[in-house]
Design a protein around this ligand. Structure first.
Ligand code: FES
Length: 72
């Protein structure tokens, strides 16, 4: 599915860029701007930002669900 019409970016490309941007430790703060840089392009109209934010949030949630619970 195309999530950015201006740059013709598919959701799978954006998801892969989010994964790369997170790095190995997963501690890097990922923003739509970071994802665009990973993909070598820039936002034009900005309408896709909500899709980028949703995909970033989904990956954060997936990571949180995968982590074992802490007993602090
Ligand atoms: S749809 Fe992504 S910048 Fe326009």
């Amino acid at each position: 599915m195309i999530v950015c019409q201006c740059n013709v970016l598919k959701s799978c490309q954006v998801k892969a860029a989010i994964t790369r941007a997170k790095g190995r430790d997963g501690l890097t703060v990922v923003t739509p701007g970071v994802v665009f840089r990973q993909l070598g392009c820039r936002p034009a109209c900005g309408i896709c930002m909500q899709h980028f934010n949703r995909l970033i949030a989904e990956q954060l949630e997936d990571r949180r669900m995968a982590e074992p619970e802490r007993s602090d």
